[in-house]
Design a protein around this ligand. Structure first.
Ligand SMILES: [Cu+2]
Length: 128
């Protein structure tokens, strides 16, 4: 009887430890394919995804209006292999609260800029 109680206590302790570990693993951290927009800056400098998978662009309710595209500085410059939505010369507008999953079909390195906010850019590295 004593031994059984001890085993149960040990099992409970292990369960608690596992729960704590799994919560630590996702304690507020974002998915690795997520790019967040602040008021005037991307919150990540770079993101890496596999070709054919999505980058999750999020403009939170506390963000701002952004117009993003593949480009340089505050200009859209189309690039072979970039997603069509981001190769648009007018860019893709995000308003506060918007989020979009954009598929990057082709391996390469793409600089995504915001044409409203100078210096707002994120490097998307797409691996094969
Ligand atoms: Cu912006």
């Amino acid at each position: 009887m004593r031994g059984m109680l001890r085993r149960q206590a040990l099992a409970l302790w292990l369960l608690a430890l596992l729960a704590a570990l799994s919560m630590a693993g996702c304690g507020g951290s974002k998915p690795s394919n997520e790019v967040d927009m602040g008021v005037a800056a991307f919150q990540q400098a770079s993101v890496s995804v596999k070709a054919g998978t999505t980058v999750h662009f999020v403009d939170p309710n506390t963000g701002g209006t952004h117009i993003i595209c593949v480009g340089q500085a505050t200009q859209c410059v189309s690039q072979a292999g970039a997603p069509a939505a981001l190769n648009d010369p007018h860019g893709l507008q995000f308003n506060q609260g918007d989020s979009r999953d954009i598929v990057f079909p082709t391996a390469g390195t793409y600089i995504v800029v915001c044409i409203i906010h100078p210096g707002m850019q994120v490097t998307v590295m797409v691996t094969s």
